[in-house]
Design a protein around this ligand. Structure first.
Ligand SMILES: [Zn+2]
Length: 66
């Protein structure tokens, strides 16, 4: 199973949110945003639209601790 996104695919996803973090709703630079999987990769989560969220680095870090 392909479980990675190309740089181009990540860029498109970030552009869809206008480079806005879906958690804190602030605008970030492209390299400050990450693609978060609601169901983690180790639990079988893939990069399908219903499983992903665009988060800034600090929100992403917090998600991983929950
Ligand atoms: Zn954020």
């Amino acid at each position: 199973m392909v479980d990675t996104l190309t740089k181009q695919q990540k860029l498109v996803l970030k552009q869809m949110t206008n480079f806005t973090c879906e958690s804190c709703h602030q605008v970030f630079k492209e390299n400050e945003l990450e693609i978060h999987r609601k169901i983690r990769g180790v639990d079988g989560g893939t990069y399908i639209p219903s499983n992903i969220q665009i988060l800034c680095k600090s929100c992403h870090k917090m998600r991983d601790f929950i």
